[in-house]
Design a binder for this molecule. Structure first.
Ligand code: ZN
Length: 385
């Protein structure tokens, strides 16, 4: 294929993605409204919508009320066909794998999870993952799947579909996309799990109308995804968004990344559990809910530490909103409020114009929805001709 051909295909893919996002954002739009919202020409919209209808992703819902109708012109409103494509979302955390079946609107229809045995070798893990996914899809075989999206911890090579390194699990160079696509005979797409969650925030969460935002996930480590000018930022190198490895204490404790004093050694779920000497995140949450002062103070301190690093980030990128995910980011726990207050009070730019800091609306299944989002954009809506 020539360079010009690839360019044309890429433009078409971007346009299809734009139309999909518009269908998620606007309630039952007409073709004219999509053209006006996306600033694409009416002819381009007509072509893309015809293809999407033919492929079964979009349906005509009947006549709507719009400016055109008032002007006496017949209009047809459009919607996503929730009965069409379904995606299997696979979220690989450092302690367990979550699997679900997700619709075009980001609804999780079915889900399951299984723990990752400690110190499991990567070949054994791949076998376990295939067996569990096979059994889950078999149990739900009445729901056909068109592709698989995977969001994983570690350093992820998005272009080549590999997990380069997952230090918490002791893996390197896991050829995940090749393994799963051979076994399941379906298109498979892989990205870092927090970048997937960031896509999900833009498509289904509270950032549909934000062009610039940061999504932060506080788990065993701390990761982030950045949207700038309506595009997910992906570095040309191995990735981006390693918020947990930004320095919090210049002479602090050693981190596995080779640096010292990294934020995630002081404020991740793992660090908080260590500080409170408990073995589960649920115990931290319960202690806070029971009003135990030590737990509340530990979460506040962790929130302050995260916010100090975020304030520096905000001075570089004054985004409109920060969305926080992870079990400890629930709005009833002290972590979120501390991050909101301290990040806004310490950032020079945020003091001029406050940054909204909220918890994710995607809930506990944000990892599964995020994993499916990687496949939604790259798989379902990829132009092939
Ligand atoms: Zn580090």
């Amino acid at each position: 294929m020539s360079f010009i051909g690839q360019n044309t295909l890429r433009t078409k893919q971007l346009n299809r993605t734009l139309v999909f996002q518009t269908l998620l954002r606007l309630e039952a739009p007409t073709r004219q409204e999509i053209a006006s919202f996306t600033k694409l020409t009416p002819a381009t919209i007509t072509n893309i919508i015809s293809e999407l209808i033919e492929e079964g992703f979009v349906v005509e819902l009947g006549n709507g009320v719009s400016e055109q109708k008032r002007a006496g012109r017949k209009t047809v409103v459009l919607g996503l066909n929730e009965n069409s494509s379904k995606i299997a979302g696979v979220h690989i955390r450092s302690d367990r794998v979550e699997i679900g079946i997700v619709t075009l609107r980001g609804t999780v229809l079915k889900s399951t999870s299984f723990p990752i045995p400690p110190k499991i070798k990567q070949d054994d893990f791949l076998q376990l993952l295939k067996t569990k996914l096979q059994s889950f899809l078999q149990q739900n075989k009445t729901i056909p799947i068109s592709c698989i999206g995977v969001g994983s911890v570690g350093l992820v090579d998005y272009e080549n579909g590999r997990i380069l390194e997952a230090e918490h699990l002791g893996w390197e160079n896991v050829d995940l996309v090749a393994e799963l696509s051979t076994t399941f005979q379906l298109p498979v797409f892989l990205d870092h799990h927090v970048r997937g969650m960031t896509l999900a925030e833009k498509m289904f969460g509270s950032c549909k109308n934000q062009s610039d935002f940061l999504s932060v996930y506080i788990g065993q480590g701390i990761g982030a995804g950045l949207f700038l000018k309506d595009q997910l930022y992906r570095s040309e190198m191995t990735g981006a968004g390693e918020l947990g490895h930004m320095t919090f204490q210049p002479e602090g404790v050693d981190c596995w990344c080779g640096n010292k004093g990294c934020l995630e050694r002081y404020a991740s779920e793992g660090a908080i559990k260590n500080e409170l000497k408990v073995d589960s995140t649920l115990k931290v949450i319960e202690a806070c809910q029971n009003g135990e002062k030590e737990a509340i103070q530990t979460l506040r301190t962790a929130g302050k530490r995260i916010a100090i690093v975020l304030a520096s980030f905000l001075n570089m990128f004054h985004v409109q909103k920060i969305v926080i995910g992870g079990e400890l980011a629930h709005q009833d726990l002290p972590l979120l409020n501390e991050i909101r207050e301290v990040a806004n009070s310490r950032s020079f730019l945020a003091k001029k114009r406050k940054v909204e800091v909220v918890t994710t609306v995607l809930g506990e299944q944000q990892g599964i929805i995020g994993a499916a989002s990687v496949a939604l954009l790259d798989g379902v809506f990829t132009a092939t001709k």
